[in-house]
Design a protein. Structure first.
Length: 95
């Protein structure tokens, strides 16, 4: 009985250490996501506002929009397809 209690406490301690080791935190104690640490190393915005009702200022979303527009423009150059969509998408981004 005593041995099983010791094993239980050791396992609980190892679980707590594992949880702390897995979730790196900023100096204010909030958890870092993998994307925001990547953004910090590239010199872009430090964090995402994932639950924000407006996504137009999210650096990840802006990057994905830019990639989509570039793909449309590439298709327009290469095959002459999606030219109107590419132009319209570029206008909507540049406003």
């Amino acid at each position: 009985m005593f041995a099983s209690l010791i094993v239980l406490f050791v396992m609980a301690g190892l679980f707590a250490v594992l949880i702390v080791a897995i979730s790196p935190t900023k100096s204010d104690g909030t958890a870092l996501s993998g994307y925001s640490s990547q953004m910090r190393t590239t010199g872009r915005a430090a964090s995402r506002k994932v639950y924000s009702p407006t996504i137009s200022n999210d650096p990840y979303v802006i990057d994905q929009w830019e990639k989509s527009i570039q793909a449309l423009e590439r298709a327009c150059r290469d095959s002459g397809e999606y030219c109107e969509q590419a132009a319209q998408a570029r206008r909507s981004i540049n406003r």
